[in-house]
Design a binder for this molecule. Structure first.
Ligand code: NAI
Length: 770
């Protein structure tokens, strides 16, 4: 007689299909034809429509309206009209609606799960156990933040109308990530779902009606990229939140440049999955399954690059291949299916093309023996590519499919170098039983999310978002809320009026004026490359050019690593010392600005060792440490008003948080900034941490903005035309921009802008011994 173990091995699975009836009935109720959801009503389906099909079968599901400029206009107007009332409802009032949305999602979870599987092709096991529960979790969590906004974030105000554009890989989950925080904070939204997967958003719109959500708070306009572009271009939208490809993100960055719209971008990735020789290999294999075969690998944070220590490479890959043989590809509605359909033929073609390119470049391909799907739709088998080089196409490009590339490494240092060898920085997963090693590596990875001995864990309480070309901004957690509120205000008329004060004062002109100040680069006073000087009233300063900026960035980069790892305590001491030395030179500066600058330096020194980040309590058996990391090299365009205080108010928070700067002082009066050279030289500020290039702000900031080795550009109280060109140029490497209107922006905001949050997930249970 066969043993149970043998039976487990030889037993074949029968089908366990989830019924599609409920979802198909819902489509029938609507004649499988949909308009948009605007101002609380469904519009009549327009002339211009498109079809959405089931990728597993190729069969038509519904016809959906293609939103045009007029639809966007009406939706934005509805959102604008609804916004004051929604804000006036107060935190508790909004919390009640978010709670009602969460409850309705739970009540209709089966319908949502089936509809999502039909429209997207992802396995029902995932929509049922992951997507939809996380959607409900997001609304619950943000009901809490609505309730707490005014006590936890005093002074917070909503931004207004938010335009949101989402992709097709987690249609309803991305909707919840976008809508929940936005409306919790008192904004209203116009959301455009992806053209491949609009259906669950339309079902969600019905739920909004059912709970009596005030009209216009949530508007949903369906359509393709042109609809998205119209939303981005609409002048009455205050912010765009986008998730999707890096290419489209770049276009959006360019198109919003100079418009004053706030922007957050969650883009692509090529995330490393690192297995050290002392890892629990069986768990790590399951981790790989979650990392790259969840949702057919169509996940922005998919662990698509397996880095495995050479000593265990063969053993690990062998285990992995065996596991791959057991993965079941097929009908997404079958509860035993692991891998469903690819969202659309165009994506299938893209995956096939990239894998073929990899094989042509010499990769070995393994696709296991799992039977191919018999559904006849868009399927691609789980695939492992080995024998690849770090520079090959499949290692560098986001494939966005069930394709894993594997590379060996020898040492931990090599693992980090390989992991960071990408233009992206979204997520990373690392596996080792050695806690010292895991936390050491977690700190060194350039990624917004790091999972220790786990992978692809997502939760509303933890921030999610990338570094580098993976975009900027966070979704989830307290850090995600900052994307939807403002705490600083445009400069007052009085402050603007003070621009004239930028001109050199009598004090500032006393002494040393016979020589033209140089530039300050790498801790030294250097002559400008051009040899020219710039007239400022009847004085002169060195006129920096592109080459000087490049030298300054090089000096800043060289200093960045050491400054970032200097302790907060160490940085605080230097900032205090700077304040002390500034005071010694009181006669060189405007007395009022000097006094306030010293206060700012003290405040920044105070924060240097107190800006702690957070520990998030996520719903899984883990905690996440939300660690503010220094942004890196920041280019700073200082305001025209307050030539000293404006400079210090921008530069000091960056230094306090461990970033380094290339500052371009006020063009009207750069003299006080040049007086700082000697103060910096005598205050133990390491060479390269502060670099000052005087000259015409526009060309200098444009050079900084186009420079690939600069992580952020700040333009404080900059004129509109300057913002436009700098924002356009910044799209190259997706740098973070900060353009506060006030010449003396809010300190807390500056500290946030000087950092980026890395969320490190650590396995943890707080099971108490009683
Ligand atoms: P996409 O970036 O074109 O689409 C995402 C969303 O942006 C959709 O709603 C689309 O209609 C909209 N959109 C397209 N062009 C737009 C424009 N000019 N202005 C405003 N909105 C616009 O992504 P696509 O073409 O569906 O997929 C292509 C590749 O992008 C994938 O193979 C994958 O590599 C990547 N991708 C990454 C995602 C992520 O979560 N990071 C999600 C989806 C795709």
């Amino acid at each position: 007689m066969a043993s149970v173990a043998e039976i487990f091995k030889t037993m074949t699975y029968g089908p366990a299909p989830e019924s599609a009836t409920g979802a198909l009935d819902w489509l029938k109720e609507h004649d499988a034809t949909f308009g948009h959801f605007i101002d609380g009503e469904f519009t009549r389906p327009g002339e211009s429509r498109f079809e959405t099909t089931n990728p597993a079968t190729g069969l038509l599901l519904a016809t959906v309206s293609q939103g045009g400029d007029e639809d966007i206009e009406r939706a934005v107007q509805a959102a604008r009209a609804a916004q004051p009332g929604w804000e006036a409802l107060g935190g508790h009032g909004r919390a009640r609606f978010l709670y009602a949305l969460a409850r309705q999602v739970q009540k209709h979870s089966r319908l949502f799960a089936v509809l999502e599987s039909l429209d997207n092709g992802k396995p029902i096991r995932e929509t049922r156990d992951l997507d939809i529960p996380l959607v409900a979790r997001h609304f619950y969590h943000h009901a809490g933040w609505a309730q707490l906004r005014d006590t936890e974030m005093p002074g917070a105000k909503p931004l207004g109308v938010i335009g949101q554009i989402i992709p097709w890989n987690f249609p309803l989950l991305m909707l919840s990530w976008k809508i929940a925080p936005a409306i919790a904070m008192g904004n209203t939204v116009v959301l455009k779902p992806a053209e491949f997967t609009p259906l669950t958003a339309l079902l969600f719109a019905e739920i909004c009606q059912r709970i009596g959500l005030p009209k216009g708070v949530i508007n949903i306009v369906t359509g393709d990229g042109t609809t998205g572009a119209a939303l981005v271009a609409h002048p009455d939208v205050n912010k765009i939140a986008f998730t999707g490809s890096t290419d489209v993100g770049r276009k959006i960055r360019q198109s919003t440049a100079g418009s004053g719209k706030k922007l957050s971008l969650e883009l692509g990735g090529k995330s490393p999955f690192i297995v050290f020789e002392d890892a629990d290999l069986d768990s790590a294999v399951e981790g790989v399954v979650d990392a790259i075969w969840l949702n057919q690998g169509q996940v922005c944070c998919a662990g698509s690059r397996l880095l495995v220590q050479e000593s265990i490479e063969e053993k690990f890959l062998e285990k992995l291949r065996r596991r791959m043989d057991l993965l079941r590809v097929g009908d997404p509605l079958d509860k035993a299916t692991d891998i469903g359909a690819i969202v659309a033929p165009v994506q299938l073609a893209r995956i096939t093309e990239l894998v073929n390119a990899g094989v042509a470049e010499g990769a070995d391909i393994f696709q296991g023996t799992c039977p191919a799907s018999e559904c006849g739709g868009c399927f691609y088998p789980p695939t492992l590519l080995t024998g690849v080089s770090p520079a090959s196409t499949v290692v560098q490009e986001e494939i966005f499919g069930p394709v894993l590339v594997a590379l060996p490494f020898r040492t931990a240092a090599e693992a980090v170098a390989l992991a960071n060898n990408t233009r992206y920085g979204l997520a990373a997963s690392l596996w080792t039983e050695n806690i010292t090693l895991s936390l050491d590596i977690a700190g060194k990875l350039k990624a917004g999310v790091v999972w220790v001995n786990s992978s692809n864990l997502l939760d509303a309480a933890a921030g999610f978002g990338g570094f580098r070309e993976s975009g900027f901004g966070r979704e989830g957690g307290r850090e995600g809320l900052w994307e939807y509120i403002t705490t600083s205000y445009p400069s007052s008329a009085e402050e603007r009026g003070k621009t004239g004060r930028g001109a050199a004062t009598r004090n500032e002109r006393a002494g040393e004026m016979d020589q033209t100040p140089k530039l300050f680069i790498g801790g030294k006073q250097v002559r400008p490359d051009s040899g020219y000087s710039l007239r400022v009233g009847d004085l002169e300063v060195g006129e920096g050019n592109r080459k000087d900026i490049r030298n300054a960035v090089e000096a800043a980069r060289a200093a960045a690593g050491k400054w970032a790892t200097t302790s907060g305590h160490g940085r605080a001491q230097i900032l205090y010392y700077l304040a002390e030395n500034l005071e010694q030179r009181a006669e060189s500066f405007d007395a009022d600005e000097l006094q306030k600058s010293i206060e700012v330096l003290f405040a920044c020194a105070a924060w240097a060792d107190k800006y702690d980040g957070a520990m998030h309590r996520v719903a899984q058996k883990a905690i996440t440490l939300a660690i503010p990391e220094p942004l890196g090299v920041i280019g700073v365009g200082c305001p025209a008003a307050y030539p000293l205080l404006g400079f210090i108010s921008a530069v000091a928070p960056a230094l306090a948080m461990g970033s380094v700067v290339v500052a371009v002082p006020s063009e009207i009066n750069p003299i006080p900034a040049t007086r700082l050279y000697q103060v910096l030289e005598t205050s133990d500020v390491p060479a390269g941490v502060v670099n000052i290039v005087t000259g015409k702000q526009k060309p200098l900031l444009e050079t900084l903005s186009g420079h690939d080795d600069v992580e952020g550009v700040w333009m404080i109280a900059a004129p509109k035309d300057l913002k436009k060109s700098v924002e356009t140029l910044s799209a190259g490497n997706m740098k973070r921009l900060w353009t506060p209107e006030s010449p003396l922006p809010d300190l807390q905001e500056a500290l946030r802008e000087a950092t980026q949050i890395k969320n490190v997930w650590i396995p943890y249970t707080d099971e108490l011994p009683w």
